[in-house]
Design a protein around this ligand. Structure first.
Ligand code: DAH
Length: 342
């Protein structure tokens, strides 16, 4: 092997390494073209190597010739590959629409029922009511008996429930919290009890076997029906607007005497009559009344000294009215397209 042979072999090796290194640093098409000219151009480095074949022994030429052809092919292939890659990424950049809005992280929020509940709570706490809680799995005693609803009483039928065994029920209303609170403390009592309730109702647009109520109770000396009316009136105005009027109609509940149902004047049509109030101008809210002395008997309050009023209200009903939602089942479907609107 001649010196010239070894020298040209080393040159080929270096040229290949330099080419690969330079190809990596290429930024755009122009630089790529410069690199092509530098190596494969008529006066390029590969051509220069071919020219040096003449210095070799004729016997050595074919081997180096082959080597140089391989090098030329390799450079061509690598340049073409890089060119098509550059073309592709240029296309991706063109296709990217910079006017698209950014992707914001999904953030959670309060369920509309909880928002309404928070509003109800803050209205009543601002009037001096405390927030009390009771269990959802309730003793029959608190859910019915102590509320003056004995086992044979027909009003149990209206609140047919899920009995867990003889003694326990899923509470059908939040009224049992009245009893639990009065058992725990002496008057004066001024409390609301928000919470989940259950009934054996078939779901439809206005019924759900799970729903929420807020119970209210106020007991002290000299509490009268006028106090009840005043508190409900303030609540109606804070919740639905200054112009809302309240009316009470006679009704019956075993735990209040006298009992009433109360309506709010329709805040959609201002009482003229529309679809929301079914043409009556009034929207039924819930029941209320003066605490029945029989109930005081269960908690050892002296009915000759104390009197009180109680009221209940359905949270879904208030939320449906406030947001004009026409089907109670939306609250429980967990469909983000609905929930995200609040
Ligand atoms: N608990 C009753 C129900 O679920 C609503 C109710 C009526 C609550 C009158 C009261 C009340 O506190 O005084 O139908």
């Amino acid at each position: 092997m001649t010196d010239a042979f070894a020298k040209i072999q080393a040159l080929i090796h270096n040229t290949e390494q330099e080419f690969v290194a330079q190809l990596l640093t290429v930024q755009d098409r122009q630089q790529l073209e410069q690199l092509r000219i530098l190596y494969l151009g008529r006066k390029g480095r590969v051509q220069a190597l071919f020219s040096s074949l003449a210095q070799l022994d004729p016997a050595e030429r074919p081997m180096i010739g082959q080597e140089l052809n391989r090098l030329k092919k390799e450079f061509e292939e690598k340049l073409t590959a890089k060119l098509s890659k550059a073309a592709q990424s240029a296309k991706t950049i063109e296709q990217f629409d910079y006017s698209l809005p950014g992707r914001s992280p999904a953030s959670g929020g309060l369920h509309p029922l909880m928002q309404v509940l928070d509003e109800i709570k803050s209205i009543f706490t601002s009037m001096g009511f405390r927030i009390e809680e009771g269990p959802e799995i309730e003793l029959d005693y608190y859910n019915f008996e102590a509320l003056n609803i004995p086992p044979y009483h027909p009003s149990r039928d209206m609140q047919d429930t899920f009995y867990l065994d003889g003694k326990y029920v899923l509470r059908t209303h939040t009224s049992p919290v009245q009893i639990r609170t009065m058992e725990r403390q002496k008057p004066p009592v001024r409390m609301i009890a928000p919470g989940r309730c259950f009934r054996k109702d078939t779901p439809d647009a206005t019924h759900s076997p799970t729903f929420h109520q807020v119970e209210g109770l106020c007991v002290d000396r000299d509490i009268s029906f006028a106090d009840l009316k005043g508190v409900v009136q303030v609540f109606a105005q804070k919740m639905f607007g200054q112009d809302v009027r309240v009316r009470f109609r006679p009704s019956f509940f075993p735990f209040t005497e006298p009992s009433a149902e109360y309506d709010f004047s329709c805040f959609v049509c201002q009482g003229k009559g529309c679809r929301v109030c079914k043409g009556t101008g009034w929207i039924e809210i819930s029941g209320a009344g003066m605490v029945d002395p029989a109930v005081f008997g269960f908690v050892d309050y002296d009915p000759n000294v104390y009197s009180g009023y109680a009221f209940g209200m359905g949270v879904e009903r208030i939320a449906m009215l406030k947001y004009q939602i026409n089907d109670i089942r939306y609250f429980f479907d967990n469909d983000l397209r609905f929930l995200e609107q609040f």
